[in-house]
Design a binder for this molecule. Structure first.
Ligand SMILES: Cc1cc2nc3c(=O)[nH]c(=O)nc-3n(C[C@H](O)[C@H](O)[C@H](O)COP(=O)(O)OP(=O)(O)OC[C@H]3O[C@@H](n4cnc5c(N)ncnc54)[C@H](O)[C@@H]3O)c2cc1C
Length: 804
């Protein structure tokens, strides 16, 4: 074994093998993989090898396509077959909701360059004659995907990596990780030590334990999973083509051909967690005992939906464990506080995702940037709230829903409520229908008295639609209160704070008493944050951003290495607040404050430490609705008192609660994009329109060079808001934007604009097409709808109400 390597990859499953290959390919040829047993000996060896491009997140879908396309490359490089069966796939639906979701997949697939099509059940039978069509109402066919040989694929990665210079040590267990002062690692194994600049945790079933070697608790847990292999089926004899891989949503079953028989697997509702506390050290290439009694009812559904399978014997049953994160997406990236420590674990679809994970992680390690938006598999989407108990509740929930379609308006119930603001109970009493963001409950909309505070999951307009309309109209007519506690909040203090912020943010850092909109860029000039900065004193700043990105932004701040004279703290749990928005907002606040709120003295983007009623507070004039608006921040112990006082002051003025749904509608009427949905690390200042907040005259901020280049060149595409001729459903996100039959862009978010009476979609189209009145088409649930660009905000284009 070599004594040193640039990077050590821990774990020789399909994910570690892919990471090794991609690191070698990007030029880090001095890399080493350490595997405690035989390659593939965790989850990998007994996988069913299914591969597909389907994922609710377009960027993950794209990486899945990359993975599948990659197999030919590594076969050619290594001379090792991946055992590919690129048969394509079918997805079957039995309800209107499932059918809608398949149509959404089709609408999204066009821009992703994936061949998919809604087909009739008669056509589906040509691809898979084993289906009993009486159980289904529709089907989607996709050309991509199929299945591969798990061992062959892993070996192909490793052999290809070796041809590029990488080395592999089997039967070498990593027992300890020790960090040196320079950030490099001594990787101790049962065969000696290796000194490495970087380590990557690809330990699959043992990712938790390898995390514990450096003192972190990764939110990852293994579930048992069963599939069956049948005897040969007479129905398949003599067929020229294999049947295609078939996903049966109503049955929560997947099935495919395996030689002359079939493989059938199920994601049952009450899955079993495997090794909840500690993964046994000596587990390797073992299967778990079968549990037919528990699983019989679920496989029986499969035998009804594919009757031929029930007429032959079972040749073999496989029960094996594999790992999940609480939301089912992988955990990838660097971990805050740990230099040169990377994770690529909780990969539950290694044969669809392994290649893409290797690609982005290798770029991240070699180029300090994953090269594209991968927020939805970034390990930083979880924070301290993802405790081992949270993980132990959410992972089984996710497993049980693996093949259940997720509706865009659906909120999953497990491990909730977790984080609660002090006014949680008051909001519930007011009818709040809650969602969870970064573990924190927040109001989506408020059911009026007599209406149940629940919502039917649907792709179309729900019972919340008229209620949200009332909320929006009341904000624009009088005044509304929205709880902002779920925003990301950070306090930056110290004599060096301004200079550090100047380097980290692309905007001009506001003077004392002012607030500024604050884009944050990476070196490639892409948007990693769209925040606001309030300067409360020359050495004291309050930064507000997206709640879901709290850990992501904290990691970004940590990587930006604040010097000794700068302190950066999360205020997630130490500040809580409200947005007060609407033409009567000033009237409401005036009796509660001692400062002059007149338009001339407390202008838009003023920020002040003051008191609001009894509560010491930070008051800013800002908001996201396009109306006269204020944000009030206080410590959580004052929040209930503040809430009561605001209500007492506002009742006579027509004060209403409004929730996240109304906010989405109000902001799109104003053409405001939102980080997470519209502004993500794929886009640039020029594309998003955030360029106007970039201070190009400022030297040395991160991403300046790339942003200047873009400014000189002009953006390739632009963020636009479109009015959509929709019927009973709005866009959800990632639908393709079509022009003359070709996909030219895609949707990032949508909402009904209740105060302008139009369905709205936001998204990106090529700059040349981003003209006032330009017309496109968007497929919403199978119907092509005209979408017309409006370059000016549809509501109050001059911003008179905002400045009033
Ligand atoms: C029954 C079943 C069916 C499945 N079907 C599919 C499918 O059809 N399609 C699909 O994409 N996925 C499928 N999967 C999931 C798939 O198996 C996983 O996504 C994949 O194997 C994860 O690979 P990995 O490399 O992350 O982890 P693992 O395969 O668990 O590999 C981790 C490796 O790390 C090594 N290791 C751990 N700790 C140490 C240490 N301290 N020192 C050195 N080495 C260490 C282990 O020995 C192991 O080899 C299935 C899983 C199961 C159980």
């Amino acid at each position: 074994m070599k004594a040193s390597a640039r990077a050590v990859v821990i774990g020789g499953g399909v994910v570690g093998a892919s990471v090794l290959y991609h690191l070698a390919k990007i030029g880090w040829t001095d890399v080493m993989l350490l595997e405690k047993s035989e390659l593939t000996s965790g989850s990998t060896w007994h996988a069913a090898g299914g591969m597909h491009t389907f994922n609710g997140e377009a960027n993950i879908s794209r990486l899945q396509k990359y993975t599948i396309d990659l197999y030919r490359e590594i076969e050619a490089l290594s001379g090792q077959s991946c055992g590919l069966h690129p048969n394509g796939g079918l997805m079957l639906a039995a309800t209107q909701g499932e059918l809608d979701s398949l149509k959404l997949i089709c609408s999204r697939a066009r821009y992703l360059g994936m061949e998919t099509e809604m087909i009739s059940l008669a056509q589906a039978l040509e691809f898979n004659p084993l289906i009993d069509p009486s159980h289904f109402i529709g089907a989607l066919w996709r050309a991509d995907g199929g299945h591969c040989d798990p061992s062959g694929t892993t070996q192909a990665y490793v052999k290809a990596a070796r041809t590029l210079g990488a080395s592999v040590e089997r039967f070498t267990r990593v027992t300890a990780l020790e960090q040196r002062r320079d950030g490099s690692w001594d990787v101790h194994t049962d065969k000696g030590s290796v000194h490495a600049e970087h380590v990557v945790n690809c330990a699959g079933l043992w990712a938790r334990e390898v995390g514990q070697l450096v003192g972190i608790e990764l939110p990852v847990l293994a579930m048992e999973h069963h599939y069956l292999l049948t005897e040969d089926l007479p129905e398949l004899q003599g067929r020229a083509r294999e049947i295609v891989n078939t996903t049966d949503y109503p049955g929560e079953i997947y099935m495919r051909q395996e030689r002359g028989g079939c493989l059938i697997g199920t994601y049952e509702p009450h899955g079993i967690v495997w090794s909840p506390r500690h993964t046994p050290d000596d587990f390797s290439m073992q299967l778990l005992p079968e549990d037919f009694e528990r699983l019989a009812p679920y496989f029986e559904v499969g035998f009804r939906h594919f009757p031929a399978l029930g007429r032959v014997g079972i040749r073999k049953a496989v029960n094996g464990p594999f790992t999940f994160a609480p939301d089912g997406n992988p955990l990838v990236g660097p971990v805050r506080g740990l230099r040169n420590y990377w994770v690529a674990c909780a990969v539950m679809a290694g044969f669809s995702q392994g290649g893409g994970i290797g690609l982005v992680l290798s770029r991240w390690m070699a180029e300090a940037d994953p090269g594209q938006d991968i927020l939805s598999m970034d390990v930083a989407r979880f924070g301290a709230f993802a405790t081992p108990k949270y993980t132990s509740i959410k992972v089984p929930e996710n497993y049980s829903r693996r093949f259940r379609l997720a509706y865009p308006n659906e909120e999953l119930p497990a491990a909730r409520p977790l984080r609660r603001s002090p006014i949680y109970d008051r909001l519930k009493t007011a009818g709040a229908v809650m969602g969870a963001n970064f573990g924190l409950e927040h109001a989506l909309w408020f059911a009026p008295p007599g209406m149940p505070a629940t919502e039917t999951p649907t792709y179309r307009r729900s019972e919340a639609f008229p209620v949200v309309r009332e909320e929006c109209q009341a904000v624009r007519r009088a005044v509304g209160l929205y709880e902002t506690t779920n925003y990301g909040k950070y306090q930056v203090t110290g004599s060096g704070a301004r200079a550090w912020l100047d380097r980290v943010f692309a905007c001009r850092i506001p003077k004392a008493g002012r607030l500024g909109l604050a884009p944050m860029l990476n070196e490639a000039g892409r948007i990693v944050g769209d925040l606001s900065i309030a300067c409360l004193a020359e050495d004291e700043f309050l930064i507000i951003g997206s709640g879901f990105a709290e850990e992501f932004h904290l990691r970004w701040f940590w990587q930006a290495a604040p010097p000794a004279d700068v302190q950066v703290r999360s205020a997630a749990s130490t500040l809580a607040g409200f947005s007060i928005a609407g033409p009567r907002a000033r009237e409401l606040l005036e009796p509660l404050v001692r400062i002059d709120l007149a338009a001339g003295s407390f202008k838009l983007f003023t920020a002040r430490r003051t008191a609001v009623g009894l509560a010491p507070a930070i008051l800013t004039r800002a908001g996201f609705t396009g109306e006269l608006g204020y944000e009030v921040w206080t410590t959580p112990d004052y929040l209930e008192t503040l809430y009561d006082e605001l209500w007492d002051a506002g009742r006579a003025l027509g004060l209403v609660h409004f929730g996240g749904r109304a906010l989405s509608s109000l902001r799109l009427e104003k053409g405001y994009g939102s980080f997470n949905k519209d502004f993500r690390p794929d886009y640039t200042p020029g594309e998003t329109g955030l360029e106007r907040f970039v201070d190009f005259s400022k030297p040395g901020f991160t991403g300046r060079g790339a942003a200047l280049e873009e400014r000189a060149r002009g953006p390739k595409r632009r963020f636009v808001v479109m009015e959509v001729a929709a019927a009973d459903a709005e866009v959800v996100g990632y639908e393709s934007i079509m022009k003359d039959g070709a996909a030219v862009g895609y949707v990032t978010s949508g909402a009904y604009g209740h105060c302008i009476g139009k369905s709205l979609a936001a998204g990106y189209v090529p700059t040349a097409l981003a003209r006032e009145g330009a017309r496109f088409e968007i497929d919403i649930l199978g119907e092509m709808r005209t979408a017309t660009v409006h370059l000016e905000p549809l509501y109050d284009p001059q911003g008179a109400r905002l400045r009033s």
